[in-house]
Design a protein around this ligand. Structure first.
Ligand code: FUB
Length: 450
């Protein structure tokens, strides 16, 4: 009889490893590393996220104060709340045609065809390969999270960045990419060779850089969505057509220029469980350097005529948050006009996340969509620090809504948890309100129901 090799210790290791890789919900979606250029796809009922991986260049490793990317990770989520990092899938040192001193593994895409996952990525070719500069390669896997086997040569005839592959209902695949303008070409069935010469999609706004194309079809309309520098930084626009090769007619703006000043934006759209979502990026974890970006997601809505409503970026993001998880209220849906601020917990270690500070009686913060369908909730923990002590109320749905608990945060500048018994047991989905009852300042990291 074969021995079961997965003993209790192995099992514990696997569980710990899985949770160690878990990224957080809310925006930004991932706070364990910088991520950018998110291509989201729905495969086998889960959302897979293929972003670029920004790192900080150091002398001899990449160009200082510029984009620096050496590999790709893939993440997945069953619910848009819990994200798992499946680890590194392609690295510049493992691609024969890439100049591995270039650190230029820019925005990728992934599509499923005939039982295989095709991962497309741009990078700078080693001298003599496919001409000069950026070109696009392919890596192929049996699963959406790899392992991916890299094709030895890039796609012949492509000079540019930001590949996006769209497969039409008739099975024809198209590849789009950018090089100042946006280009389109047909792909052969093997998905690794061009079936037509690339052509510029010329009907888009003529002035200003356009890049990062993302193409999809909905109700017979082909949407070409792309970042465009109309004024100072990139905003997300879209154009529509009745043919995947165009002509595309500029139709509107999906997202305005970032309020943070992040120069790039790069995006993708998916429909998941009857809701559309926009994935994009900003510089949440690196407010002073916009080449160290973080991916985000917000809900997106179509009008009846197929036009797209503008998406206003939020920090709350999407997905339900279970009541018995640490609820990061600083990823808020709304705050009181006065008395509430949000800042990094530790500006020297920004990946530790953010805190909420109340410094006025009645100041509040609202965190939407908490799932209370957790059995036998008895109390709530509030992770807080208040030099002079503080009383903090936990309520549902509005600042004067059902009072669940009052946490009496003890005096002390150090972070500590305060437990407060629940006066009522909530059920279903609610918005959470945390309200300060004192004028003295109190910092809050998270709340969690037990
Ligand atoms: O991430 C590097 C480049 O910045 C991408 O390829 C562009 O789309 C822009 O986001």
């Amino acid at each position: 009889m074969k021995k079961n090799i997965l003993g209790p210790l192995h099992f514990l290791f696997i569980v710990v490893a899985l949770f160690a890789n878990n990224a957080k919900a809310q925006n930004p979606l991932i706070t364990t590393q910088y991520t950018a250029d998110p291509t989201a796809k729905v495969f086998d009922g889960k959302v897979y996220l293929y972003p670029s991986h920004d790192i900080l260049a150091t002398p001899g490793h990449g160009r200082l104060a510029w984009f620096c990317m050496e590999d790709y990770h893939v993440f997945s989520s069953p619910n848009l709340t819990d994200w798992t990092d499946h680890g590194m899938i392609v690295s510049q040192t493992k691609v024969p045609w890439v100049d591995s001193t270039s650190y230029s593994m820019w925005a990728p895409d992934c599509v499923f065809r005939n039982g295989k996952y095709y991962f497309y990525f741009p990078s700078t070719a080693a001298s003599g390969v496919n001409g000069k500069g950026f070109t696009v390669g392919v890596a192929i896997a049996d699963k959406p999270y790899g392992p991916f086997k890299v094709e030895p040569q890039p796609i012949k005839g492509i000079h540019g960045i930001d590949p996006c592959v769209f497969i039409d209902k008739d099975g024809q695949a198209y590849i789009y990419y950018a090089q100042g303008n946006i280009y389109a070409a047909k792909l052969k069935d093997n998905m690794t060779e061009l079936a037509s010469d690339p052509k510029i999609l010329g009907d888009l706004p003529a002035k200003g850089l356009k890049e990062g194309p993302f193409v999809f079809e909905r109700n017979g309309i082909y949407y070409l969505t792309y970042p465009h520098v109309d004024k100072v930084t990139e905003r997300l626009e879209y154009a529509i057509s009745n043919n995947p090769m165009g002509p595309f007619k500029f139709t509107g703006v999906i997202m305005d220029e970032s309020a943070s000043g992040c120069w790039t934006n790069h995006h993708s759209l998916i429909e998941f469980k009857n809701q559309w979502y926009l994935f994009y990026h900003d510089r949440d974890l690196s407010p002073k350097f916009d080449k160290a970006r973080s991916v985000r997601s917000d809900s997106l809505f179509f009008n009846a005529d197929g036009t797209i409503q503008k998406v206003i970026p939020t920090v709350r993001g999407v997905g339900l948050t279970r009541a018995n998880k640490q609820i990061q209220i600083d990823r808020y849906s709304a705050i009181s006009k006065e008395g509430t601020t949000v800042d990094f917990i530790d500006t020297a270690h920004r990946m530790k996340g953010w805190k909420t500070t109340f410094n006025q009686k009645g100041a509040w913060i609202r965190y939407n969509a908490v799932d209370f369908s957790v059995k036998k909730l008895k109390d709530v923990d509030v992770m807080a620090a208040a030099a002079q002590g503080a009383n903090v109320e936990v309520r549902l749905d509005k600042p004067t809504g059902m009072l669940l608990a009052t946490a009496k945060v003890g005096k002390g500048a150090n972070w500590h948890t305060t437990k407060a018994a629940l006066l009522k047991t909530p059920v279903g989905k609610h918005d959470l309100f945390i309200i300060s009852k004192d004028a003295a300042p109190v910092d809050i990291d998270w709340v969690k129901f037990n």
